[in-house]
Design a protein around this ligand. Structure first.
Ligand code: F6R
Length: 362
């Protein structure tokens, strides 16, 4: 059932080109620069929405952070993200014009279910983005968009993160067109980048040997720090979560600009810094932040847009051109890095201690 892989996690990392194709299948109309999704909101509702609120936990929360930025950029709409257990929406000024989107792989996460119920009670419209049709969360809402990643057995979410961000990007384009703020040609260029994702992810998977080499070289570090900007920031958070949950090593993600506001005190020659250095994420400033860490002796590992060259890095991984989605591709390097560090240490990768695949208690 693991199809020749030692762990489901590695199998699922490698399934991403195929699962992303499933996510996109039949949903893109390039000629019209449009996205096709089966959504049944009252007529005219989507163009009258004033605020999107995402509610989610864990990796789904990071996918939502990525998406909120996309919604602001692509659909020109205010988008906020709440950790579901911290969500306190009371209806605000105009609940009807608030769309609350629950992002949940399993559809069974108690905190996310609680948040979506609260939004409904307050009068907001609701939507679920999930891998499980028929799940508790999808039964609670009128509209669900299925991420179609296929079953994910490993406790660590991998392919579902990629499919969540991709589905949410489709939704942002859908909304942008619906609201009349996104031209067909701008939509087309985003959709072309999405269509290129499976191929881009495959290029990363083909580099797995070099990621393993870096994992072997740095596995005994005291801690690992991940940094990024813009869409690279949630990917830094996700990279750190993946590494800590399966390797049990200390890992933290930071906005690159925040390093100098405190975390730099933790940096030594035994704390590698892994950076998202992709187009649109202010590469020069992020490199400056990295240099500050390197000055303290920290090894620097970067996932870099293929159009850039950065000589000062200890390890560089090439990220193919993918517009807004380059950090999503960079994330696959981080998944492989976490996997190989944990594997070198002989951790029970598919079932890390103390964790469950779906968290049904609040
Ligand atoms: C991390 C992980 C968890 C889940 C979180 C939410 O690898 O898997 O952080 O992302 O428990 O789960 P869902 O998406 O099912 O609501």
């Amino acid at each position: 059932e693991k199809g020749g892989y030692e762990h489901f996690m590695r199998k699922e990392i490698h399934e991403q080109p195929a699962s992303l194709r499933q996510t996109l299948s039949g949903r893109i109309d390039l000629d019209r620069g449009a996205v096709e999704l089966d959504l049944e909101f009252p007529k005219g509702y989507l163009s009258s929405v004033e605020e999107i609120q995402f509610v989610a936990c864990g990796t789904s929360y990071y996918a939502s952070l990525y998406a909120a930025r996309l919604f602001e950029e692509i659909a020109d709409i205010r988008a906020t993200v709440s950790i579901a257990s911290e969500y306190t929406f009371d209806g605000g000024r105009d609940p009807w014009r608030t769309l609350t989107i629950a992002v949940t792989q399993s559809g069974e996460t108690a905190d996310t279910l609680g948040a979506i119920r609260r939004a409904k009670r307050a009068g907001a419209q609701t939507l679920a983005v999930t891998n499980m049709l028929g799940s508790s969360v999808s039964r609670e809402v009128k509209n669900s968009v299925f991420i179609r990643a296929g079953p994910e057995i490993g406790v660590a979410a991998t392919k579902t993160f990629a499919s969540q961000v991709t589905t949410l990007a489709l939704l942002a384009v859908y909304l942008g067109r619906e609201r009349g703020v996104l031209s067909p040609s701008d939509a087309r260029s985003i959709l072309e980048d999405l269509r290129g994702l499976p191929g881009g992810v495959q290029q990363v998977l083909d580099n797995e040997a070099s990621v393993k080499e870096a994992a072997v070289a740095y596995q005994d570090s005291d801690a690992f720090f991940f940094v990024g900007r813009r869409h690279g920031y949630p990917v830094a958070l996700e990279g750190a979560l993946k590494l800590k949950e399966i390797s049990y090593d200390h890992a933290e993600g930071f906005a690159a600009g925040e390093l100098k506001h405190g975390p730099l005190a933790l940096v030594t020659d035994n704390t590698p810094v892994l950076a998202v250095l992709t187009d649109g994420g202010n590469i020069p400033n992020t490199v400056n932040n990295l240099v500050e860490a390197q000055t303290r002796g920290a090894p620097a590992i970067g996932a870099i847009s293929e159009s850039h060259e950065i000589d000062s890095l200890d390890v560089g991984f090439e990220v193919p051109d993918a517009g807004l989605f380059e950090p999503l591709i960079a994330n696959v390097y981080f998944q492989l890095f976490a996997y190989h560090v944990a594997n070198e240490k002989g951790r029970p990768i598919d079932k890390p201690r103390n964790l469950a695949k779906s968290v049904t208690v609040g």
